[in-house]
Design a binder for this molecule. Structure first.
Ligand SMILES: [Zn+2]
Length: 386
């Protein structure tokens, strides 16, 4: 099973249908929660997703005032109810908290469609055939595997854009017995995002002018938004239609910038992962991250959060599994930056500001992060994650 996610360009008509379905799905999700609360309090019973779906189809959606439910795609409606049921199941198993209502502004409800009939979810170079919507245009041509049929898809809306996630079952064409080069160690950091033992280094993208520019813009828009909120609060009462329109426009601008930054950072992390994996190393060693510890330092917290180390590691793990590379993780206590990668001598008085590692024993001089990555590569105590 493989998932592809890419942006789509739905037509105006398709956007209306998508939004209608998503709205109904959110409504039903929330309705399932409140309905069950009510029934439980009265009769101490739990209504299953299937029974609730029947109730919606046969009773609720025929009532005056609820007929708009029928405007949504039926399969998506049902999926949304089943998602809500799953949330309850997780709660019953004590895996999560009591299910919460979905809010419109979170944009976390998606349009779902399974392959139901012949020809459904067929992928062409520039479009995909989605039940209920018809052919939907793809932004990036040829990104999804052409002439394949997806098993199911979900479409999400984020900051005025639409994205499709397609689930395909296919065998990956890479085998495990390819020629492999030696292993690499990766040291992650703030100053530079990553330093690999093969000498490759990756800069911290949050320090580039492009990202800084967007951050500045975002800050400005957020400021203007909170001033608007303040202003309306002081004024009290209902705000005029024009004010609300301006507010909504401002919200959309903030969402768009936020999303933009997110996408840039994600794409960069994926880029680093693919550069690592491309050399086909026999293993990759990283350090177990003490993100919680790093976040405690308030000077570092924001830059650590922006680096997205956790996301990076997830992507790395995913790629390593895909390409059959052993992913090793070394414990936090391993003194990767204090050891000399050349002779193994341990330097006790190493301060954070020392960017060059100078060994007192064998006189070797190395970039600090490079030295750390070499130590990681040479580590003999580790956990295999793949
Ligand atoms: Zn040394």
């Amino acid at each position: 099973m493989k998932t592809y996610k890419t942006e789509i360009y739905p037509t105006q008509e398709q956007i209306i249908k998508l939004n209608q379905t998503i709205d109904v799905c959110r409504f039903l999700y929330n309705q399932f929660i409140s309905y069950n609360k009510e029934v439980y309090e009265k009769e101490g019973k739990f209504v299953s997703g299937l029974d609730f779906d029947k109730y919606v189809n046969n009773e609720l959606s025929v009532q005056e005032g609820f007929k708009w439910i029928k405007k949504a795609y039926g399969k998506a409606r049902k999926k949304s109810i089943m998602n809500a049921e799953n949330a309850f199941k997780r709660f019953f198993k004590e895996l999560s908290k009591f299910p919460r209502f979905k809010k419109k502004r979170n944009q976390d409800v998606s349009f779902y469609a399974p392959r139901n009939n012949k020809g459904d979810l067929l992928i062409e170079r520039h479009r995909i055939k989605v039940p209920f919507l018809g052919w939907v245009r793809l932004k990036e041509k040829g990104y999804l595997p052409v002439k394949q049929q997806a098993k199911n898809i979900t479409i999400t809306q984020k900051a005025g854009r639409y994205y499709i996630s397609a689930f395909l079952d296919c065998d990956f064409p890479y085998s495990n017995n390819q020629q492999k080069s030696e292993g690499i160690g990766i040291d992650l950091g703030i100053k530079e995002f990553a330093f690999a033992s093969n000498g490759h280094s990756f800069r911290n993208i949050n320090k580039t002018p492009r990202v800084r520019k967007f951050e500045k813009k975002l800050k400005r828009e957020q400021g203007s938004l909170s001033r608007k909120y303040e202003f309306y609060k002081k004024k009290g009462g209902k705000s005029a239609a024009k004010e609300r329109r301006n507010l909504n426009k401002n919200i959309l601008r903030v969402q768009k910038l936020y999303q933009r930054l997110l996408t840039i950072r994600e794409a960069y992390r994926q880029h680093v992962v693919s550069m690592m994996v491309k050399t086909k190393p026999s293993f990759i060693t990283t350090e177990k991250l003490n993100v919680k510890g790093m976040m405690k330092n308030r000077h570092l917290a924001k830059s650590v959060a922006n680096q997205g180390f956790y996301d990076f590691k997830q992507r790395l793990l995913h790629s390593c599994k895909k390409f059959g590379i052993e992913l090793r993780e070394v414990d936090t206590f391993y003194p990767s930056s204090k050891l000399c990668s050349c002779c193994g001598h341990k330097k006790v008085n190493l301060s954070l500001s020392d960017r060059i590692y100078k060994c007192d024993n064998c006189k070797v001089e190395l970039n600090r992060d490079h030295n750390a990555s070499l130590n990681l590569k040479q580590a003999t105590k580790y956990v295999v994650l793949t």
